[in-house]
Write a protein that binds this ligand. Sequence first.
Ligand SMILES: C[S@@+](CC[C@H](N)C(=O)[O-])C[C@H]1O[C@@H](n2cnc3c(N)ncnc32)[C@H](O)[C@@H]1O
Length: 261
Amino acid sequence: MQRFAPGSVWLVGAGPGDPALLTLKAVHALGQADVVLHDALAGRAALAHARRGSEIMAVGKRKAAPSLPQARISALLVAHARAGRRVVRLKGGDPFVFGRGGEEALALAEAGIPFEIIPGLSAGTAGPALAGIPVTHRGMASAVTFLTGHDEQGGLPEGLDWAAIAHGAPTLVAFMALTTLDALAVRLIAAGRDPATPVAVISRASLPNQETLTTTLGAATLAARRASIGSPALVVIGEVVGLAATLAAGMAVPKHAAVAR
Ligand SMILES: C[S@@+](CC[C@H](N)C(=O)[O-])C[C@H]1O[C@@H](n2cnc3c(N)ncnc32)[C@H](O)[C@@H]1O
């Protein structure tokens, strides 16, 4: 395995939460790191792979405290690397999928710090897969759009071409969209997406308490509220959701309960 040199930073994806879905390279990095800066991970079990004696720092949102500002996190990465440490920056899913990994990599490049990107399984594909939903399917969905339901102000991102999103790809996968589900559904329906389009809300994918709510675009908000779906959760919109009834039933891991409404 590649040498983890002192004075460098590895931006590591932790996958969706199940530690069995960590990559071998992520485990290798954690086992050698002098310091690990981590986000509020869906599953904290990845940290069990950190080298004994390494410094573990939570820099994402914690119960009572907000996350550190992004500039402060980048400054910490640079400072630890300049002190000659092996630094792991551990992020949920994949560091470059709605994870701000790009911003941190840019800061490291500007500071002249050597870094590596260790991709992780993104919840955007792993979550649907674990719920029995293939995001692409021959004859049904030959394109998929990944979007965030949440901008810096907490609302739907502005400046997106919603008509193009509504009609562009048969499958939409929305991250961070639980609190904006109503606004998202309204936007898509207003842009012409059929309210009868199947929707799945997949909560805590890969964790023992994973749940999937299946509903329709028109009924999604009410159904999610009634089912009190917990976070983190992904919203999958498209005909591929209809495959879950057959595929989830045939999967060998019955703990992944499906809640149909
Ligand atoms: C800041 S984004 C990080 C995404 C991450 N980089 C990835 O590639 O999966 C956090 C969002 O990812 C989604 N997410 C992450 N882990 C999840 C999980 N285990 N189950 C469902 N959704 C998850 C949720 O939409 C959550 O609000």
